[in-house]
Write a protein that binds this ligand. Structure first.
Ligand SMILES: [Zn+2]
Length: 202
């Protein structure tokens, strides 16, 4: 955009973007990081979000992409597949961190060809694998710990998660999911919750 007139103000930023910004601020505080970054809202971007590696301190999201996600694979906030705005912002931030700290070299060294597939996007390449796992570590770390202790330990060795790593917080998130996601969580990950207990098939 050229010139300074008019200024663009955003009123009522989506609460999910707010949640992401707060989580990222907490993440930086507890890990003693000071990363300035910009969130660009691009209403023509043809996907939910994007991190361009040559724009080291910017992530781009398209808020228009989130109005109807019913054609995507089944998803829920804080589940292994999550197309919420908060999740996409965090996913892009993980790409930014991965680029800055060369996380994919460490990841490849540690896991070699040992694949762990969280969701369809994870299949694409190692960058997406890391962004998806890092996003889950960020938003629902206890779940990642249950389904892949070695991935959980990998991320914990790099950064502290801004979310609580507790059974209780996992159960609260699990209870927010609908019956279809509960069924998938049981089929795919062998996990269900009854009352205040987590059951896991090994
Ligand atoms: Zn990505």
């Amino acid at each position: 955009m050229n010139g300074k007139n008019p200024k663009i103000k955003v009123a009522h930023l989506d609460p999910q973007i707010d949640r992401a910004i707060k989580l990222i601020a907490k993440f930086q505080r507890i890990n003693d990081l000071k990363i300035n970054y910009t969130i660009t809202l691009d209403y023509k971007l043809d996907c939910f979000g994007m991190f361009y590696p040559d724009e080291k301190h910017n992530i781009t999201i398209n808020p228009d992409q989130f109005h109807d996600t019913s054609k995507e694979e089944p998803h829920a906030v804080d589940y292994t597949t999550d197309f919420g705005l908060c999740s996409v912002v965090v996913h892009e931030i993980i790409h930014l961190l991965a680029e800055k700290y060369l996380i994919h070299d460490l990841y490849k060294e540690k896991f070699k060809n040992n694949k762990f597939i969280l969701n369809n996007n994870s299949r694409k390449d190692v960058h997406e694998t890391i962004a998806e796992e890092g996003r889950l570590y960020f938003m629902n770390p206890y779940f990642l710990k249950l389904i892949s202790p070695d991935r959980f330990e990998f991320f914990q060795g790099l950064f502290q998660t801004p979310s609580p790593i507790t059974k209780k917080s996992f159960i609260v998130k699990w209870k927010s999911w609908n019956p279809q996601i509960h069924q998938l969580c049981l089929e795919k990950w062998g996990i269900k919750v009854l009352g205040n207990r987590i059951f896991q098939d090994k």
